[in-house]
Design a protein around this ligand. Sequence first.
Ligand code: TMP
Length: 212
Amino acid sequence: MTCRRGALIVLEGVDRAGKTTQCLKLVQALQQSGREAEMMRFPDRTTVIGELISSYLMKKSNLEDHTVHLLFSANRWEMVPLMKQKLEQGINLVVDRYAFSGVAFTSAKPGFSLEWCRNPDVGLPKPDLVMFLQVNPGVAEKRGEFGTERYETSFFQSTVHQRFEELMEDKSVNWRVIDAARSIEEVHNDIKLLSENIIHFSENQPIGMLWS
Ligand code: TMP
């Protein structure tokens, strides 16, 4: 590697935890401090696969549960060449949801084990840091717009939250829990500090493979 690579930083959490707001603020703060940084989000609704997912989420179409799980995973894999290219160019990637949402949401459905859900994402670029924005699902629900898309019910979200808790027991992933019930600025300051540290730490490390 000729230049220092960028870090792969992921924000996870239940719906309305503030992930998108915090991703945008982090990218802006990193850029202002002279680092290269870009945001990505999953699902990426702009691709052909992403359009199928988007239509499913907006309840305009129905897809079989295993099928939609594999589409979410395929939507990540189709971005891998671009992600690797950017990381190798030294660009820090700030990602709004990743494979952990994939596993937490599908395994919240009856009959899906964590193990089955994890398999299609084994080998994806491994995040250097995953920050879980922790808010009680009841607080998230009060933040507005909750309930417009598929999965946005408080019962489903609390099951998703439990699945995230199980995923966070996996010490092969660099999880950090952030108390996201605080003000936007307080949450941002924690996220920025953790991100700056991991960018420094990861720059000379190879990109890892998730769950393998
Ligand atoms: P968002 O675009 O507002 O983040 O919402 C995407 C929805 O899709 C959200 O309810 C979480 C869900 N989801 C999955 O079920 N599987 C996945 O792999 C991902 C990335 C998201």
